[in-house]
Unconditional design. Structure first.
Length: 273
Protein backbone atom coordinates (compact mmCIF):
# COMPACT_ATOMS: atom_id res chain seq x y z
CA UNK A 1 0.00 0.00 0.00
CA UNK A 2 1.29 3.49 -0.70
CA UNK A 3 0.20 6.98 0.25
CA UNK A 4 1.05 10.05 -1.76
CA UNK A 5 1.23 13.55 -0.36
CA UNK A 6 2.44 16.92 -1.58
CA UNK A 7 5.48 18.38 0.10
CA UNK A 8 6.32 22.02 0.52
CA UNK A 9 7.56 22.45 -3.05
CA UNK A 10 4.59 20.50 -4.49
CA UNK A 11 6.66 17.50 -5.63
CA UNK A 12 5.27 14.01 -5.04
CA UNK A 13 6.23 11.93 -2.05
CA UNK A 14 5.67 8.18 -1.92
CA UNK A 15 5.23 6.52 1.44
CA UNK A 16 4.75 2.76 1.46
CA UNK A 17 3.66 0.95 4.59
CA UNK A 18 4.40 -2.79 4.48
CA UNK A 19 3.18 -4.71 7.49
CA UNK A 20 5.67 -7.55 7.93
CA UNK A 21 4.45 -9.01 11.17
CA UNK A 22 5.27 -5.83 13.08
CA UNK A 23 3.39 -5.03 16.26
CA UNK A 24 2.03 -1.72 14.99
CA UNK A 25 3.39 1.80 14.84
CA UNK A 26 5.97 3.00 17.35
CA UNK A 27 6.70 6.51 16.08
CA UNK A 28 4.44 8.79 14.05
CA UNK A 29 6.08 11.77 12.39
CA UNK A 30 3.26 14.10 11.37
CA UNK A 31 3.88 17.10 9.09
CA UNK A 32 7.09 17.87 10.99
CA UNK A 33 9.23 20.84 9.98
CA UNK A 34 12.21 22.35 11.81
CA UNK A 35 14.25 25.54 11.63
CA UNK A 36 17.69 26.48 12.96
CA UNK A 37 16.99 30.17 13.47
CA UNK A 38 15.83 31.39 10.07
CA UNK A 39 17.22 28.40 8.18
CA UNK A 40 14.72 25.64 7.53
CA UNK A 41 16.27 22.17 7.81
CA UNK A 42 13.22 19.86 7.66
CA UNK A 43 10.15 20.27 5.47
CA UNK A 44 6.73 18.79 6.29
CA UNK A 45 7.86 15.23 7.00
CA UNK A 46 5.19 12.60 7.65
CA UNK A 47 5.94 8.91 8.13
CA UNK A 48 5.03 6.06 10.48
CA UNK A 49 7.87 3.90 11.84
CA UNK A 50 6.94 0.32 12.66
CA UNK A 51 7.39 -1.18 16.09
CA UNK A 52 10.08 -3.83 16.48
CA UNK A 53 11.64 -3.23 13.06
CA UNK A 54 14.79 -1.48 11.84
CA UNK A 55 14.25 1.68 9.81
CA UNK A 56 17.20 3.21 7.93
CA UNK A 57 17.37 6.90 7.07
CA UNK A 58 19.49 7.37 3.95
CA UNK A 59 20.30 10.31 1.73
CA UNK A 60 23.17 12.64 0.76
CA UNK A 61 25.11 14.63 3.34
CA UNK A 62 23.19 17.60 4.69
CA UNK A 63 19.76 16.25 3.77
CA UNK A 64 18.46 16.30 7.35
CA UNK A 65 18.84 12.66 8.42
CA UNK A 66 20.59 13.36 11.73
CA UNK A 67 18.40 16.40 12.38
CA UNK A 68 15.30 14.25 12.05
CA UNK A 69 16.80 11.47 14.17
CA UNK A 70 17.73 13.91 16.94
CA UNK A 71 14.23 15.35 16.83
CA UNK A 72 12.82 11.97 17.83
CA UNK A 73 14.20 12.25 21.38
CA UNK A 74 14.38 16.06 21.44
CA UNK A 75 18.16 16.22 21.39
CA UNK A 76 17.73 19.29 19.18
CA UNK A 77 16.24 21.11 22.18
CA UNK A 78 19.85 21.64 23.29
CA UNK A 79 20.51 23.93 20.30
CA UNK A 80 19.62 27.62 20.59
CA UNK A 81 17.16 29.04 18.08
CA UNK A 82 15.36 25.78 17.25
CA UNK A 83 11.73 26.04 16.25
CA UNK A 84 9.38 23.49 14.69
CA UNK A 85 5.87 22.79 13.52
CA UNK A 86 3.97 19.50 13.40
CA UNK A 87 4.09 16.58 15.79
CA UNK A 88 6.13 13.50 16.62
CA UNK A 89 4.22 10.86 18.56
CA UNK A 90 5.73 7.96 20.51
CA UNK A 91 3.20 5.21 21.14
CA UNK A 92 0.48 7.72 20.28
CA UNK A 93 1.64 10.54 22.58
CA UNK A 94 3.01 13.83 21.27
CA UNK A 95 6.59 14.14 22.57
CA UNK A 96 6.37 17.95 22.51
CA UNK A 97 3.49 18.19 24.97
CA UNK A 98 4.25 20.60 27.80
CA UNK A 99 3.95 17.90 30.46
CA UNK A 100 6.40 15.50 28.78
CA UNK A 101 9.50 14.82 30.90
CA UNK A 102 12.34 15.17 28.38
CA UNK A 103 14.78 13.19 30.52
CA UNK A 104 12.34 10.26 30.66
CA UNK A 105 11.76 10.57 26.93
CA UNK A 106 15.48 10.23 26.24
CA UNK A 107 15.61 7.12 28.41
CA UNK A 108 12.72 5.68 26.41
CA UNK A 109 14.66 6.45 23.22
CA UNK A 110 18.25 5.34 23.80
CA UNK A 111 20.83 7.12 21.62
CA UNK A 112 24.03 5.74 20.08
CA UNK A 113 26.23 8.37 18.47
CA UNK A 114 28.57 8.45 15.50
CA UNK A 115 31.73 8.10 17.57
CA UNK A 116 31.86 5.80 20.59
CA UNK A 117 31.54 7.94 23.73
CA UNK A 118 32.14 5.76 26.79
CA UNK A 119 32.54 7.64 30.05
CA UNK A 120 36.04 7.67 31.63
CA UNK A 121 35.07 5.12 34.25
CA UNK A 122 34.90 1.35 34.51
CA UNK A 123 33.04 -0.87 32.07
CA UNK A 124 30.51 -1.78 34.75
CA UNK A 125 30.02 1.84 35.82
CA UNK A 126 29.32 2.84 32.23
CA UNK A 127 26.50 0.32 32.03
CA UNK A 128 24.96 1.17 35.39
CA UNK A 129 25.21 4.94 34.92
CA UNK A 130 21.56 5.38 33.79
CA UNK A 131 20.34 3.41 36.81
CA UNK A 132 22.46 5.35 39.27
CA UNK A 133 21.17 8.62 37.84
CA UNK A 134 17.71 7.32 38.76
CA UNK A 135 18.90 6.68 42.29
CA UNK A 136 19.10 2.88 42.03
CA UNK A 137 21.75 1.62 44.44
CA UNK A 138 20.79 -2.01 44.98
CA UNK A 139 23.97 -3.97 44.25
CA UNK A 140 22.09 -7.04 43.01
CA UNK A 141 20.04 -5.01 40.53
CA UNK A 142 23.14 -3.20 39.29
CA UNK A 143 25.11 -6.42 38.82
CA UNK A 144 22.21 -8.10 37.03
CA UNK A 145 21.84 -5.08 34.74
CA UNK A 146 25.54 -5.14 33.86
CA UNK A 147 25.40 -8.80 32.83
CA UNK A 148 22.07 -8.54 31.03
CA UNK A 149 22.98 -5.39 29.11
CA UNK A 150 26.46 -6.57 28.12
CA UNK A 151 25.00 -9.86 26.93
CA UNK A 152 22.38 -7.91 25.02
CA UNK A 153 25.18 -5.93 23.37
CA UNK A 154 27.15 -9.12 22.58
CA UNK A 155 30.04 -7.90 24.75
CA UNK A 156 29.76 -9.96 27.95
CA UNK A 157 32.07 -12.80 26.95
CA UNK A 158 34.79 -10.35 25.96
CA UNK A 159 34.78 -8.22 29.13
CA UNK A 160 33.27 -10.29 31.95
CA UNK A 161 36.68 -10.77 33.59
CA UNK A 162 37.60 -7.07 33.51
CA UNK A 163 34.42 -5.22 34.41
CA UNK A 164 36.35 -2.89 36.72
CA UNK A 165 38.81 -1.86 34.00
CA UNK A 166 38.54 1.60 32.47
CA UNK A 167 36.20 1.53 29.45
CA UNK A 168 38.59 3.74 27.50
CA UNK A 169 40.93 0.75 27.23
CA UNK A 170 38.48 -1.10 24.99
CA UNK A 171 38.81 -1.19 21.20
CA UNK A 172 36.65 1.17 19.14
CA UNK A 173 34.17 -1.55 18.26
CA UNK A 174 33.96 -2.71 21.86
CA UNK A 175 33.44 0.86 23.02
CA UNK A 176 30.52 1.25 20.61
CA UNK A 177 28.94 -1.97 21.82
CA UNK A 178 29.45 -0.74 25.39
CA UNK A 179 27.56 2.43 24.44
CA UNK A 180 24.75 0.24 23.12
CA UNK A 181 24.80 -1.72 26.40
CA UNK A 182 24.57 1.55 28.30
CA UNK A 183 21.63 2.62 26.13
CA UNK A 184 19.68 -0.60 26.66
CA UNK A 185 20.45 -0.65 30.40
CA UNK A 186 17.84 2.10 30.74
CA UNK A 187 15.22 -0.28 29.28
CA UNK A 188 14.24 1.88 26.28
CA UNK A 189 11.54 1.15 23.72
CA UNK A 190 13.53 2.69 20.86
CA UNK A 191 17.21 2.74 19.89
CA UNK A 192 18.36 5.68 17.79
CA UNK A 193 21.68 5.15 16.00
CA UNK A 194 23.44 8.01 14.24
CA UNK A 195 26.04 6.52 11.89
CA UNK A 196 27.10 4.01 14.57
CA UNK A 197 29.73 2.33 12.37
CA UNK A 198 31.30 5.32 10.61
CA UNK A 199 34.34 5.35 12.93
CA UNK A 200 34.83 1.57 12.96
CA UNK A 201 36.84 -0.89 10.89
CA UNK A 202 35.05 -3.53 8.77
CA UNK A 203 35.34 -6.27 11.42
CA UNK A 204 33.85 -4.08 14.16
CA UNK A 205 31.20 -2.85 11.72
CA UNK A 206 30.15 -6.44 11.05
CA UNK A 207 29.74 -7.08 14.77
CA UNK A 208 27.58 -3.96 15.19
CA UNK A 209 25.44 -4.99 12.22
CA UNK A 210 25.01 -8.47 13.66
CA UNK A 211 24.04 -6.90 16.96
CA UNK A 212 21.42 -4.69 15.31
CA UNK A 213 19.86 -7.79 13.78
CA UNK A 214 19.82 -9.49 17.18
CA UNK A 215 18.26 -6.48 18.92
CA UNK A 216 15.51 -6.11 16.33
CA UNK A 217 12.16 -7.10 17.74
CA UNK A 218 13.12 -6.32 21.31
CA UNK A 219 13.55 -2.69 20.27
CA UNK A 220 12.38 -0.39 17.52
CA UNK A 221 15.59 0.77 15.84
CA UNK A 222 16.12 3.87 13.70
CA UNK A 223 19.54 4.13 12.09
CA UNK A 224 21.10 6.93 10.06
CA UNK A 225 23.68 5.64 7.61
CA UNK A 226 25.55 6.90 4.56
CA UNK A 227 26.38 3.29 3.70
CA UNK A 228 23.63 2.01 1.43
CA UNK A 229 24.99 -1.54 1.58
CA UNK A 230 24.66 -1.36 5.36
CA UNK A 231 21.08 -0.12 5.08
CA UNK A 232 20.35 -3.04 2.79
CA UNK A 233 21.86 -5.52 5.22
CA UNK A 234 20.31 -4.40 8.51
CA UNK A 235 17.05 -2.58 7.84
CA UNK A 236 13.50 -3.74 7.21
CA UNK A 237 12.30 -0.37 5.95
CA UNK A 238 14.17 2.57 4.45
CA UNK A 239 13.36 6.26 4.19
CA UNK A 240 15.19 8.26 1.53
CA UNK A 241 15.66 11.92 2.44
CA UNK A 242 16.55 14.75 0.10
CA UNK A 243 16.83 18.45 0.97
CA UNK A 244 15.16 18.03 4.35
CA UNK A 245 12.28 15.93 3.09
CA UNK A 246 11.43 12.23 3.18
CA UNK A 247 10.96 11.60 -0.53
CA UNK A 248 10.20 7.88 -0.43
CA UNK A 249 9.65 5.28 2.29
CA UNK A 250 8.96 1.57 2.12
CA UNK A 251 10.42 -1.91 2.40
CA UNK A 252 14.18 -1.79 1.99
CA UNK A 253 14.18 -4.31 -0.83
CA UNK A 254 11.68 -2.24 -2.79
CA UNK A 255 13.48 1.04 -2.17
CA UNK A 256 16.74 -0.40 -3.51
CA UNK A 257 15.43 -2.47 -6.42
CA UNK A 258 12.26 -0.77 -7.63
CA UNK A 259 11.87 2.73 -6.19
CA UNK A 260 8.90 4.71 -7.42
CA UNK A 261 10.60 8.11 -7.39
CA UNK A 262 13.35 8.93 -9.90
CA UNK A 263 15.37 10.89 -7.35
CA UNK A 264 15.46 7.79 -5.12
CA UNK A 265 16.58 5.64 -8.03
CA UNK A 266 19.31 8.13 -8.95
CA UNK A 267 20.62 8.07 -5.38
CA UNK A 268 20.60 4.32 -4.77
CA UNK A 269 22.24 3.70 -8.15
CA UNK A 270 25.05 6.12 -7.31
CA UNK A 271 24.21 8.91 -9.77
CA UNK A 272 24.58 11.47 -7.01
CA UNK A 273 25.26 11.60 -3.30
Amino acid sequence: MSRRADDSDKSTVTLCYPMKGAEGIAIEIDNFSLWYGNKQALFSNSVDLEKGLVTALIGPSGCGKSTLLRSLNRMNDLIDGIKFTGEIRLNGENIFKREIDVISLRKTMGMVFQKPNPFPMSIAENVTYPLKVDGIKDKTILEETVEKSLKGAALWDEVKDRLNNNALGLSGGQQQRLCIARAIAGNPDVLLMDEPCSALDPLATGKIEDLISELKGAYTIVIVTHNMQQAGRVSDNTAFMYLGKIIEYGETGSIFTKPEIKKTQDYVTGRFG
